[in-house]
Design a protein around this ligand. Structure first.
Ligand SMILES: [Zn+2]
Length: 346
C-alpha cells in the first residue's frame, strides 16, 4: 500500500512542514498497522507530503525495476486485451483495450511513464482513466496522462479526492469505452470513496473481470483505513457476489506474502497449499500471479472465509448466543486483519 513510501527518507525541501521531518525519519519499516486517525495516514492521504513521497517512490522504483517488478502477461479474448502494467515496487495498472476500435481505458495509472509506454507500444487511444481510490500509488499518474491525452475522461468516486476527476460515478453506474462496458461498484473501507470496476465479459465470451484496487488481493485484502470491519465486510461481500468465474485483477502483487500469512492461519487447507506452491514458482521467475478467480479466492483467502468454521476455530473465535451472523463475521475479519498487521510488522 501507500506505506512503501515511508520506507525512504523524506525529501530535503519540506518547506513549512519541516518540523515533521524527525517524526518521519524515525518511522520504522513499512507495513505498520496505522489507524485512519493516525497522523501519518492523514499526512499521506490529505496533504502535499503524500505527493512528495509518491514522487520519490516512483523514482526509486524506476531505478530499481527498470523493466517493472514483474513480467506482465497479457490476457486476450477475441475483441479485448488486458495488459497488466507492473509499476512502483508492487502495484499494477491495467490497460484494457477494445481491439476492434483501438480505444482503451486504464485502471489506476500510478506511474504515467510506464502507462504511456504501454499506450504507445499498443498503439491505442486513451479514452478513460478509472481510479479505484485517491491514494497516490493508484492515482498519481492522472495529471500527466490528462495533459498528454486531452480528451481522456477520469472516473471515480466523488467521495475520494481523485486528481483530475471529470466524471464522478455513483454505485452501479456503467461506462462504455468503445465496446467495453465497465460497472462501478462502491466498496468503501480502505477509503471512503473506494470503487471497484467490473468489465462485462459477455460481448467477448470472457468471464467478468474485476479490477479490485485495494479492496481485494490474491489471498489478501486492503487495510480498512477509512471504514469499520463491518463496512469492509459488506464491500468484500459485494465482490464475492460477482460470481465464482470472475477474474480478479488486484491493485498489488502481494500474493506470496498474503498466501504465506494465510498458510500460518489455516494449517490444513490443500487448496491454499497448492496455490502457495504455484505462487512460489511464479515469483521465482518474477511472473505476475494475476488473475485468479473469485471461486478460488474463496478456498484460500482468509478475508473471504469469515464464515468458515475451520478459520473461526483457528482464530479461537466462536459466535456468541444471539450474535448476528454478520456481526460475528465482522469480528472474525477484524481478528484476521489484526494478525496480518502483526505478521507484517515483524
Ligand atoms: Zn490504497
Amino acid at each position: 500500500g501507500p506505506w512503501q513510501a515511508w520506507a525512504y527518507p523524506p525529501p530535503k525541501s519540506m518547506g513549512r512542514n519541516s518540523q515533521l521531518q524527525p517524526l518521519l525519519v524515525s518511522t520504522p519499516q513499512q507495513c505498520l498497522p496505522l489507524p485512519s486517525q493516525s497522523l501519518l495516514y492523514s499526512l499521506y492521504a490529505r496533504t502535499r507530503l503524500g505527493y512528495l513521497f509518491y514522487q520519490r517512490q516512483v523514482k526509486k522504483a524506476r531505478e530499481r525495476y527498470p523493466h517493472g517488478h514483474s513480467v506482465p502477461q497479457p490476457y486476450c479474448f477475441p475483441g479485448v486485451k488486458i495488459l497488466p502494467i507492473p509499476v512502483l515496487s508492487n502495484n499494477y495498472s491495467y490497460l484494457v483495450i477494445d481491439t476492434g476500435s483501438s480505444q482503451a481505458a486504464v485502471i489506476d495509472p500510478s506511474d504515467p511513464l510506464a502507462v504511456q509506454a504501454a499506450i504507445e507500444q499498443e498503439g491505442v487511444i486513451l479514452e478513460a482513466i478509472f481510479c479505484t481510490h485517491k491514494h497516490w500509488d493508484h492515482s498519481g499518474g492522472n495529471e500527466v496522462l490528462c495533459q498528454q491525452h486531452s480528451s481522456c475522461r477520469v472516473y471515480g468516486s466523488a467521495l475520494d479526492a481523485i486528481p483530475r476527476l471529470t466524471n464522478p460515478l455513483a454505485d452501479r453506474e456503467t461506462v462504455t469505452v468503445g465496446r467495453l462496458t465497465f460497472e462501478a461498484l462502491a466498496t468503501p473501507g480502505h477509503t471512503v470513496g473506494h470503487m471497484v470496476y467490473v468489465l462485462d465479459g459477455g460481448p467477448f465470451g470472457s468471464p467478468p473481470c474485476l479490477f479490485s484496487g485495494d479492496l481485494l488481493f490474491l489471498a489478501g485484502c486492503g487495510r480498512p483505513f477509512e471504514g469499520s470491519p463491518e463496512t469492509m465486510l459488506a464491500s468484500l461481500d459485494v465482490a464475492v457476489g460477482l460470481g465464482e468465474d470472475t477474474l480478479l485483477w488486484p491493485g498489488h502483487e502481494y500474493a506470496l506474502e498474503c498466501l504465506t500469512f494465510a498458510s500460518l492461519l489455516e494449517l490444513d487447507n490443500p487448496a491454499l497449499e497448492q496455490k502457495l506452491q504455484w505462487v512460489v514458482q511464479q515469483r521465482q521467475e518474477k511472473r505476475s500471479t494475476c488473475p485468479s478467480t473469485l471461486g478460488e479466492e474463496q478456498t484460500y483467502n482468509p478475508f473471504l472465509r469469515t464464515h468458515q468454521p475451520e478459520l473461526q476455530e483457528a482464530l479461537g473465535l466462536w459466535q456468541a448466543g444471539g450474535e448476528d451472523p454478520d456481526a460475528f463475521r465482522a469480528r472474525v475479519l477484524k481478528e484476521v486483519r489484526r494478525r496480518k498487521d502483526l505478521y507484517q510488522a515483524t
